[in-house]
Design a protein around this ligand. Sequence first.
Ligand SMILES: [Zn+2]
Length: 82
Amino acid sequence: MSLSQKQMDKAEAWLSRHMPDRTCPARRRGNQGFWHQLVTAPTLQGERGTIPPMLAFLVAQCDHCGHAMLFDAAKIGIIERR
Ligand SMILES: [Zn+2]
């Protein structure tokens, strides 16, 4: 899912408040930008590991080394949690 301009603005505002220092924590070089798409990850439940529900994440990734961090898109407020 590609982010709309409104969602990107919201993500940028959230990251500015919660991660004002965008220096990469892995190498202390480079800056964390964010992808303009969300990624999903299944949550495994029970002994058999059933898949849904999915969680959606915003990916912040270093432009120098590629280190990436995931932020819950619902927590940021760019999608609604079902
Ligand atoms: Zn880095």
